[in-house]
Ligand binder design. Sequence first.
Ligand code: ZN
Length: 316
Amino acid sequence: MDYAEEVRAWASLLRSSKTSTLKFAVARAILDEVRDAATAEGEVHISRDRLSFRLVSYYWYQVRLFRLKQAAAEIQEPNVVRKLRDLNLTSDSKWHPSRSYIQDVVDFVSEDGFREVIPRFHSGIERTIFEVRAGGAIAIAGRPRAFAAALEPLLMRSVMAGWAEQVEQYNLTPRVLAKVSFNGQRRTSVSKWAKPLREFDDACFYCRTATPERVQVDHVVPWSFLFDDAAWNLVLACDGCNNSKRDWVPASRFLTALCERNRSLTDQGAAGAFAKRVHFSMTQLPHGGAEGLKQSLDMLCEQAYLQGFSGDWSPS
Ligand SMILES: [Zn+2]
């Protein structure tokens, strides 16, 4: 089949000037739906609620977990972003699709959020990627669907790169593309490092409770800011400290203590897999190595504050 027109449509979509990241979000939802479609052929039909749900799930991680701004000023951000940011939740940044506050945002987007997005999606695009059906559902016909399905990995990569490129303008934060692309699947667990950490210092890093019964491996600089399991940043925390710290940046005395911990861990000749990891991970920092660690930490924590993370946490 000759897909010249579909190529032009997607190319112009990715090129078209964007005042909002919503165009990327809708394109991502189309690609996700086409990839996951139950049938192999024919039209893919996406109800307005289904599309809203997809969009809310993408923005949830970017806004609630990573605190990524989606425009230069809050007033320019899509309504869904402001809605998610304004949710008054005490702790949770986990995605709970069945909770009523999520359903409220999905309903809002479904009723209101698409009024301009869907009609405007094709502005500046030569050929339509989807058609609008009764009730505001969208349909991707057989031919554009076959094209999107065949090229999904390539198109998705381009959509995410475009989204990240835009978000990068408004955020000073590591790993923007990985954060924008995050779908809730964590690939690795840090709990395997509990044993070597215990052998080195068997106490909660924060409150110094010795040999806590239940112990967690915690990220000192919030994981949701670094989006990385770098070994220099891992410590043991008791349940209480781990639950209360969440994604806060700790008080500066803990940053000093972390530098000392890493220095003495690697000074011992970097024996053992964990110490080797710590040593290597410090070379990857902006101010590389153990000597630069405090400077790197101060810089990263400053960026985390600017990104909207709360700071100066201490155990209660
Ligand atoms: Zn503790």
